[in-house]
Design a protein around this ligand. Sequence first.
Ligand SMILES: [Zn+2]
Length: 719
Amino acid sequence: MSKSITRRWSVAMAITLGTAFTACNVNEPAKQLEVSDNLLIQEWEGAYQGVPAFDKMKLEDLKPAMEEAMALNLKEIEAIANNAEKPTFENTIVAMESAGKAFDRVATYYYLWSSNLSSPEFRKIQGEMAPKLSDFYSKISQNEKLFDRIRTVYEAAKENPLEAEAQRVLDLTYTRFAMNGAELDSAGKARYAAINKELSSLYTKFGNNVLADEEGYVTYITKEQLGGLPESFVKASAKAAADRGKEGMYAITNTRSSMDPFLTYSDERELREKVWKNYYSRGDNGDEHDNNQVIVEILKLRDERVGLLGFDNYAQWRLQDRMAKTPERAMEMMETVWPAAVARVKEEVADMQTVADQRGDKITIEPWDYRYYAEKVRKAKYDLDSDEVKQYLQLDKLREAMFFVAGELFNFNFQPVPEGSVPVFHEDVKVWEVTDKTSGEHIGLWYLDPFARPGKRSGAWATTYRSYTTFEGKKNVLSSNNSNFIKPAEGEAVLVSWDDATTFFHEFGHALHFLSSNVKYPTLNGGVRDYTEFQSQLLENWLATDQVINNYLVHYKTGEPMPKELVQKIKKASTFNQGFATTEYLASALMDMYYHTTDPETIDPDTFERETLAKLGMPKELVMRHRSTQFGHVFSGEGYATAYYGYMWADVLTSDAVQAFRDAEGGFYDKEMADKLVKYLFAPRNAMDPAEAYRKFRGRDAKIDALMRERGFPVPKEM
Ligand SMILES: [Zn+2]
């Protein structure tokens, strides 16, 4: 999955309740707070304002460090809550913004283990910590004295508003507490906290079940079964098998990065079916790792929890501080696009069936045939060979291209740090220093962890180890990008697909969003879930610009730039298979919303998924991008629960913003547009209301027309 989250988001998502508590766990402890000699809780040392000690960290230190950090943070919060002075913005809100730095440091390691270096030993600790963390967050969010102070400051500001950033952080803090039960009576609060604790364990269980099924279903094939597979894939599969002690075999692992190319290229239909079934059955195998019952429990608890706050359903509660504001607005957007996407699937299937018939394959298109025949149609219709495209997409060159784009739009310069100056947690991880191109001013670091390995979460994501703030002096940004490219055999170039190159740019967009932050307070770095994918999706569009193509998309052997005809073919083919892509995505996004607007007492996930999709008219030739039992976005935390629609919500903005660049005199590198982009869309993060920020950039609200055109769908009237 291509999701990206700041570290705070991720910690919250992985271990407890999503965005709700970011205000309370983001800072450093007041200086006088003493900490033990546990390495994980120490101030970060070394160059660049101090960096995490990734080279020295030990898992055995994690649990005690987490416990110490939580205790410290609670002490800080108690001190704020029990302050004898009258509540002010400074002694309450600013003090809260400043608290929790030790926790933040430890959580950086915790999250790193969770996503980049997971192991059975870590998962055991995670299982123990999840309920404790939930208790910890509840103690903060339900601290009555603390909330009284926040409310007093909030009420006072109604009379005398604060300066804009201070007012924003106050509003966000107040809303967050109110949304999370601060106004409940003591019985309500107790139940609320108990629910969260139960949920946190269920989220961990859900995620671990999916991971177990990813690790537990490797398909080993022989040399005779390699028909159709590209050489690079064969090599990587041989290595994956050897790594698992099966020298001479080829391993198809149960992850998207292995499943997707296998289904696209393999001529072995029965194996395609097997690999497809393994992948889409994750969490749904009726065994100890089955997630169906976990989903039911999660839904009931979520529903009960928002019921305590007087909401009809979870979606209503969740969307109140999103850009969409209500489930109805999100649904309306999705329902506008859905019929066009499904209609396109019918056309795609017809095209594929024709190709199959012409080849004399005597089959009816099944879900495990979709990618395979789509690739044949792509070649026939667009004469576009994905493997030929790959020859021009070298990982190193793509990275240089991203640096170039960052230089043009953001005025950033990227320079590798001196060898050994910044500790890393794996030899594959490399680090760059980011500076301002003109002034040379230091901005931060960018870590890249590019390759797949056991224990690393699948997909690609971006995160921060430290975010920009100025309220206690200017802090630099420690940002990171993480991918799962298949590590090549020694001396081979890493060649990636167009989609993977796009995702690489996407995640870099998140990194640029972190790096360009100019906010004063930590809370203002927080994301708005249906808005934070916009900046990253927007950046994807620079991959296909002439400057990038001519200088960076060069053949890995000849060094020749990608030929114009091939570029044209890619552009022409960009609307290809949009029926599949949009439908598989929307099916997941709609299900996410239906799960959280339906009475959970009536839901049996297996039946509910089948019946709801049937009602929607889901084509039988494809499935949800993330089937319910593997929908980690929604069920292994709350970060994306009733928020999966956010990708498309953000894409409406993206297409509309791209149109603005297309129309600009200097196109994608127009200086005036770039300035506005940084000033309104990136730098303010959540310091400005997203709708207002977008209006400042565009001069109006976004329209859906550009999105429909980009996907090759008819533009609806009166939109
Ligand atoms: Zn993203």
